[in-house]
Design a protein around this ligand. Structure first.
Ligand SMILES: [Zn+2]
Ligand SMILES: [Zn+2]
Ligand SMILES: [Zn+2]
Ligand SMILES: [Zn+2]
Length: 426
């Protein structure tokens, strides 16, 4: 499991500063990047091998004024988010690798006031319930209280998972209860699945919430297959293309028992992961999955390639997907920009394939924006589900760096399913 980042917590041991006379005093921050902090010099030393590459680049960029100002005193939520994205892009270019979750979070969630977005002072003024939202003054805390209220509980849960989660366990592992059999009712939600079908009694709350993050991908796929009626009686092999895939999606491979449990007529699942951020095939992961699911699974990775380019390069006889799944893809994110690579992919799918397209999104607004290219495409596109709350969304709240809609989002929170049909038979 990837570790996350909170600026007030020791980045090595996840401990929180002790209050002195009712006020939290900050840990010393790293003198290179000034973004992350440690409870002690020994912990800073211990963490240095993993932190040094990004720290050195930030330091060098700051000194040469190439670093977008994260602590500009006049930021609006939009301009801050833009500066943060530019920073991440620059860092990824100079490091020549994607940033880790904790590195991205250190850019997205620096030590700034939740209301005015200016740097906080030496001591912490914070929401005492979630202990995650910080302010420059009591006044700003009070003004922000009504807005903060609706996400406070989720922020608190997210922080608890961060502190208590065992990062060494296999992501998403939980045994299916022995009593689950073919007569069992399909669960109504991921919460329901956890409490009725899985053996999670020995897991801490943090591990339980954490495991839904991976489980959500498999169960959303299962749910979409069931809702789209793509499994006809004579169909014993299902071909699923996961587009815009990254490491999170590939973790599905280790827990496909949930897929085969609820879709037991599928003899073979043909999974293809593709996208510019798709990781190269992890041989350990694949070997583990192939051994576990033997002849019921076929897996291919097409890394660093756009979906339409991959499809055009395939021979005509190559198998067409029964389902295309875009997990949290953010189709609209680069809308109108030259860097919008989704547009040609969407066009390709709409004009060449007869398939089911499943899209999930982090937030309601994103789901709405993502679905725009599909809504006016009659009669090619039939809507099966439109921007609905996904009952199999992850239960893990993540802080939302885009501060305008809400402070938290969930993997696969929203779900749309479209059936795409071409006039000409394929
Ligand atoms: Zn520490
Ligand atoms: Zn540093
Ligand atoms: Zn403030
Ligand atoms: Zn709070």
């Amino acid at each position: 499991m990837e570790k996350d980042f909170y600026h007030h917590v020791c980045h090595a041991c996840r401990s929180v500063p002790e209050p002195v006379a009712g006020v939290y005093q900050k840990f010393k921050s790293c003198s290179g990047c000034k973004l992350i902090s440690y409870c002690s010099v020994s912990h800073q030393r211990a963490d240095w091998p993993s932190h040094k590459s990004v720290c050195r680049h930030i330091k060098r960029m700051t000194e040469s004024y190439q670093f977008p100002a994260l602590f500009d005193l006049t930021h609006s939520p939009q301009s801050l988010y833009q500066a943060q994205n530019e920073t991440i892009l620059l860092l990824e270019q100079s490091l020549n690798r994607p940033l880790r979750l904790d590195e991205r979070s250190s850019i997205f969630f620096p030590d700034i006031c939740g209301l005015c977005l200016r740097p906080n002072g030496k001591a912490y003024i914070f929401c005492s319930r979630c202990q995650v939202q910080f302010y420059c003054s009591d006044e700003h805390k009070n003004i922000h209280a009504a807005i903060h209220e609706k996400d406070c509980q989720s922020l608190k849960l997210g922080f608890q998972v961060f502190k208590d989660r065992n990062l060494d366990t296999m992501p998403g592992r939980a045994d299916i209860k022995q009593s689950v059999n073919s007569g069992m009712k399909f669960p109504a939600s991921l919460d329901d699945y956890l409490s009725t079908c899985l053996d999670v009694d020995s897991l801490s709350l943090a591990d339980r919430i954490g495991l839904t993050d991976v489980l959500s991908y498999v169960m959303t796929l299962v749910y979409a297959v069931r809702k789209s009626n793509v499994l006809t009686v004579d169909k014993s092999s299902l071909c699923v293309h996961i587009i815009g895939a990254n490491v999170v999606e590939s973790n599905m491979l280790v827990i496909l028992e949930h897929f085969f449990l609820w879709l037991d007529t599928v003899r073979v699942l043909d999974l293809v992961f593709v996208g510019p951020d798709c990781p190269p095939p992890d041989s350990d992961l694949i070997e583990y999955a192939m051994l576990k699911f033997r002849n019921r699974l076929s897996v291919k990775f097409h890394e660093r390639v756009l979906y339409h380019d991959m499809m055009k390069a395939l021979p005509q006889t190559a198998r067409k997907p029964d389902l295309i799944v875009a997990f949290n893809c953010g189709f609209h994110e680069y809308e109108g920009l030259e860097t919008d690579t989704w547009l040609p992919t969407i066009e390709y799918i709409l004009t060449n394939l007869s398939t089911i397209l499943v899209c999930t999104a982090y937030t309601p607004l994103e789901a709405e924006n993502d679905s725009k290219p599909f809504v006016k495409r009659n009669p090619q596109v039939r809507t099966i589900k439109f921007c609905e709350r996904n009952p199999f969304r992850s239960l893990m709240p993540y802080r939302n760096p885009e501060r305008t809609e809400s402070s938290v989002f969930f993997f696969n929170q929203m779900l749309s399913i479209f059936s795409i049909e071409q006039d000409i038979p394929q």
